[in-house]
Design a protein around this ligand. Sequence first.
Ligand SMILES: [Zn+2]
Length: 128
Amino acid sequence: MVESQIKEGQPGIAKAALFGLCPQCGAKTLFAGIARFSDRCGNCGLDYSAFNVGDGPAALLTMLIGAFIILLAIATDIAGRPPFWVHVIIWVPVTAALTLVSLRVAKSALLAAEYRNRAREAGRSDLL
Ligand SMILES: [Zn+2]
């Protein structure tokens, strides 16, 4: 089972994360929406709903992107002293786009890593 899951044609975690690839067959079937997983791979049938990436990526990305955007906004303000509405029309869409793109990448990376490491919830059989 361990060796049978690692076959030729499987994308690496980074490649699967960047392009939303199925970690088992490499088809571009991971996402059904912008940042929402499909139920299963349309190519090989891997059940994506069995993986649970949770809210870890969202919490981490909120902090990282928030800090990054604030630094950029402060730098912009110091550099050019633009009126407030300029900040609004720049940083609101930039924040939304960065969040969606990075959430997509982070969620796929976690799912691919879970697939690679066969991570799952502990059960009774793990105690023995
Ligand atoms: Zn697949």
